[in-house]
Design a protein around this ligand. Structure first.
Ligand code: GAR
Length: 201
């Protein structure tokens, strides 16, 4: 099986990136991470990439820059690595079609909630609050394709329910959700690579 090239976009800690790095290293995932790109230089994930010997790039949006102009430049940068898949692993900027149109069916976004719930930032915190108010009984994690500018919205590739226990602290729940997404992201990428290969066979 040919190795798939991926580019990972991050904005923060990069624990999901680390899961990808580890899976690639342990032959659990047949990918080469060509580059890690962050929109902020503070993202700890950049350090994780450097430690793993992966090109770590910072691409901040300039204040004077239009959103589409930034997205077009970002797309050029990503395209220069010829990825089969672009993985949004904690990428916290909404991408416009100036980016998305270059990678049809090839952008995967990870979101720490079930489809249609808690889009945007602090999804785990909001799920925790909703549970405390009796509004939900569980939460989850999903990986979906990014067809347009919808926030954490698009054809769902995989989802998994995460239990919330009555005595959970927010930290307990965060830990459980992150553990789940680290696994689901790897499994979904592996599955997606197989699908891509079969469709090209
Ligand atoms: C993850 O929980 C990811 O699902 C979430 O950001 C976190 C990044 O963590 N993404 C979103 O909320 C997208 N709306 P990480 O930097 O440790 O991988």
């Amino acid at each position: 099986m040919k190795q798939a090239a991926i580019v990972v976009l991050i904005s923060g800690n990069g624990s999901n990136l680390q899961a990808l790095i580890d899976a690639a290293r342990n032959d659990k995932l047949n990918v080469k991470i060509q580059a890690v790109i962050s929109n902020t230089k503070e993202a700890y994930g950049l350090e994780r990439a450097r430690t793993a010997g992966i090109p770590a790039l910072v691409k901040p949006k300039l204040k004077t820059q239009e959103r589409e102009a930034y997205d077009a430049e970002l797309a050029d940068l990503v395209m220069s690595y010829h990825p089969n898949l672009v993985i949004l692993a904690g990428w916290m900027r909404i991408l416009s079609m100036a980016f998305i149109s270059h990678f049809p069916g090839r952008i995967l976004n990870l979101h720490p909630a079930l489809p249609g719930t808690f889009p945007g930032v602090e999804a785990i915190e909001r799920a925790y609050d909703a549970y405390q108010h009796g509004e939900i009984r569980c939460t989850g994690v999903m990986v979906h394709l990014v067809p347009d500018e919808g926030i954490d919205l698009g054809p769902v590739l995989a989802q998994r329910t995460v239990e919330i226990k009555p005595k959970d602290t927010l930290q307990d729940l965060q830990k459980r959700v992150h553990l789940c997404e680290h696994q689901l992201l790897i499994e979904t990428i592996a599955h997606q690579i197989l699908e891509m290969e079969e469709s090209h066979a």
